[in-house]
Design a protein around this ligand. Structure first.
Ligand code: SF4
Ligand code: SF4
Length: 177
């Protein structure tokens, strides 16, 4: 891949991990399976006529200087991304290394992200294939596999404070805001 990096000195290089961990709807590759157009370790076979959604994608490693060099996706086996339609940071984990996010220093940094997110409207998700774990500052909620007709709903708990809870609900559930 070729793109301009927002953090000086960071480029995709031979990394292609987002071509495995992110779903490209027009190619139908589920999260965790390589896009059929990816030449692993080299780049996109469609380049320079690759899809706009790929062209415009910048992972967290390219964008955030707060993420250290160890977050390079080809090394960490994780791709950090914003969900474009919500206040969500999703840490996509390679299903071939499903516990990569629990290794240090990543786990401590992910918990720190959750603490910072609690002061904003953001929520931290860890996604391994279709399995989703919501990371709150005080706990993790493993929702298991979230089916295509299901969604994750984040809600404020009743009572004092701002404790949140995560639910797996059907896509047409009115609790989804
Ligand atoms: S995961 Fe990030 S660094 Fe790797 S190819 Fe995708 S955008 Fe580039
Ligand atoms: S079309 Fe190219 S850039 Fe997009 S996911 Fe497939 S291999 Fe990657």
């Amino acid at each position: 891949m070729e793109m301009t990096s927002a953090v000086k000195g960071r480029r995709c290089g031979t990394c292609t991990l987002c071509c495995k961990l992110l779903t490209i709807p027009q190619f139908g590759n589920p999260s965790g399976q390589w896009c059929p157009h990816c030449v692993k370790g080299r780049g996109c076979a469609l380049y320079p006529d690759w899809p706009n959604e790929c062209r415009s994608f910048y992972c967290g490693y390219l964008l955030w200087s707060e993420l250290g060099e160890h977050w390079r996706p080809s090394r960490s086996k994780m791709v950090v991304a914003f969900k474009p339609d919500g206040m969500e940071i999703i840490i996509h984990v390679d299903p071939g290394v499903p516990n990569a996010w629990r290794a240090e220093p990543y786990y401590t940094e992910i918990r720190s992200m959750a603490g910072q997110a609690a002061e904003t409207a953001y929520t931290i998700f860890v996604q391994i294939g279709r399995r989703i774990i919501v990371v709150f500052p005080d706990r993790e909620v493993d929702l298991g596999v979230v089916a295509e007709d299901e969604r994750v709903s984040i809600q404020e708990e009743a009572g004092p404070g701002t404790r949140k809870r995560a639910l797996k609900v059907k896509a047409n559930d009115p609790r989804i805001v």
